[in-house]
Design a protein around this ligand. Sequence first.
Ligand code: ZN
Length: 441
Amino acid sequence: MAVTSVNAQTPQVPTATTPSAPALGSATPAAVPAPVPAKPKLSPLAVAPDWSQLSHFSGVLSKEEFDQAITKIYSNLSNFPLPWKTEPTALLMNTSPGVAPVRIEFRHPGAPEKVVPKYWRTPAELAPLQPDEPVLKGVHIALDPGHIGGIYAKIEERWLSMNPGEQVMEGTLVLQIAALLKPRLEALGANVSMVRQKETPVTMAKPEDFRPLAKQILLEAGITNPVENYTDPRDEARILSVQWQAEKLFYRVSEIRARADKVNNDLKPDVVLCLHLNAEAWGDPQKPVLVNTNHFHLLINGCYSPDELQSEDVRMEMLQRLFGRVHEQELAMADTVSAAMMRTTGLPPFVYLNNNARRVSPDPGVFARNLLASRLYQCPVLYFEPYVMNDALTYKRLLLPYYVGRTLVDGQLLNSPLEDYTRGVVAGLVEYYKKARTQAN
Ligand SMILES: [Zn+2]
């Protein structure tokens, strides 16, 4: 879900001055320090990129293809300057501070086609489908149930409960949906991997491991003497505690980075399906605000802000996706899958009111957004955000254990939302691959 920004490369810290900050002019004048080379700007827990990899990108895209990808997908349409310049025949990419920009040649008209090395396959690169074979035969699909759920649901702030004894946990529900999807996709011929199989983290790290970094992040935000722990999850000041920041680095950053390692180095799928449920702001998790609004959207990767692109790792990851033409495959799949999801769930498309996401295709349910998972996974990613968990009717439906057939909820005969979600994903993939593989054959 996207109540707070799921992508947040930097955990949220308010800009603040604290009583312990020295007053201007009160400090003893210090000697002017010698200039030190600027450090690469990196997002939390990122390693500095290997800029020599840019050499793979020369001759891959024409200037028109690069410009179009930036304009249609990767830019957030802001007017702030970007860390590169284009010439008619080359892209001049800024890398580390103090280093001259790297020249990436555009593909000349008529030059032979060149591709960036990649592990995933387009439908045209799969073995041709024989007439009697199921439509997903040979497609490697990785299912990534978002969040962790279970005992982690409260710290990852994906837990809500209207009444004692009941609870809706996003990480637990999407794991159930993955378990429904796996055999159905396999029956259609797919090879299905699970990025997470249990309500346990993929990362080996623990929240406590991130206390020193959490303190550093708070210090950089001007919080020089933060409280160690918070006691009330409803207290908005909890985000100024070391504990809250460390937990966030654990479940939002370390966990996603561990999943990306698994996807890119171990699983190497043709597509990842990130399974989530959405919500509107609910306030107190033990007395959540219930709303009467429900919607769906499907995210692909894109919509980078100039500020985000200042981080070297983010810039390199965007370039890998752009020159690897990952966006072309995501776009090709997104409209069909989005339409199938809306048809099956009956949900209307979401409308973003801020500029961290943008429409990128004719289908009103498809948006581009720079999320950590969709950026780090080096293959096509479809990121599902159906259902508002704190919509009054949806909340009641999600409390019911998964069931087959329809049951009466608030006077209406309704399927389990887990079933409608599953059917939507399957229908969208079947429709897309049927069309794409028929054309490829
Ligand atoms: Zn989510």
